[in-house]
Design a protein around this ligand. Structure first.
Ligand code: PRP
Ligand code: URA
Length: 212
């Protein structure tokens, strides 16, 4: 793992192996979807390592003991539609009681700027740890806007998880929201002129949902 303040770039071989299969243009929708879920779970295991806990009293078959359980309001998972949806089940597998919000954004194909079309978040949002998911951090426009929307609704403790990032997007997101903890499965080389990540994996939404 490669850490600087509020940025974690994973180097774990299991994550890297799964990302390599995702990149392969021959990988079909079924396997692609399953791998996105698995990578999200592996990333979330690390990203949620600082969740608050408190001791509760439990009676085991042997004796009573004080033992830690998750404390505070339930976690919120907020996928950026559409592709972020593919990561939700992986995070939810670790925290089944998490509430799910949704933020709808798509990139205008000419300007590459995000266009917002939906926002529904669990309330109250202020006290929750919020995990925003999107497999691709390209120019960073979608992630920056999604997190601004969440902050406008009162969200404070925000983590952003992606599978592949471009250096341009990572820089833009970190500069716009330095308080947000960012988790990146792999940092790729650059964006091309169409603002696609190189080498990347193509259009994540289309590959998860089998559209073109
Ligand atoms: C993709 C991806 C991100 C965004 C990243 O979504 O899932 O949301 O692009 O690009 P950016 O960092 O330059 O903003 P897309 O707009 O293709 O919408 P979709 O998920 O509905 O396919
Ligand atoms: N969105 C994607 O799905 N892929 C990219 O490479 C860039 C943005």
């Amino acid at each position: 793992m490669n850490n600087q303040e509020n940025i974690t770039i994973f180097t774990h071989p299991l994550i890297q192996h799964k990302i390599s299969i995702l990149r392969d243009k021959e990988t079909g929708t079924n396997i692609f979807r399953k791998l996105v879920e698995e990578i999200a779970m592996l990333e979330a295991f690390e990203a949620l390592g600082d969740l608050p806990v408190h001791d509760v009293e439990i009676e085991t078959p042997i004796e009573k003991c004080k033992t830690p359980k998750l404390a505070g309001r339930k976690l919120a998972i907020v996928p950026i539609l559409r592709a972020g949806l593919g990561m939700v089940s992986g995070v939810q597998a670790l925290v089944p009681s998490a509430k799910i919000g949704h933020i709808g954004l798509y990139r205008n194909e000419e300007t590459h700027e995000p266009v917002e079309y939906y926002c529904k978040l669990p309330t109250p949002i202020e006290e929750r740890v919020i995990v925003v998911t999107d497999p691709m951090l390209a120019t960073g426009g979608s992630a920056v806007d999604a997190i601004s929307m969440i902050k406008k609704h009162g969200g404070k403790k925000i983590k952003f998880m992606c599978i592949i990032a471009a250096p341009e997007g990572l820089k833009r997101l970190h500069e716009a929201h330095p308080d947000v903890q960012i988790y990146v499965g792999h940092l790729d080389r650059e964006l091309n002129e169409a603002a696609y990540i190189c080498p990347g994996l193509g259009d994540a939404g289309d590959r998860i949902f089998g559209t073109k």
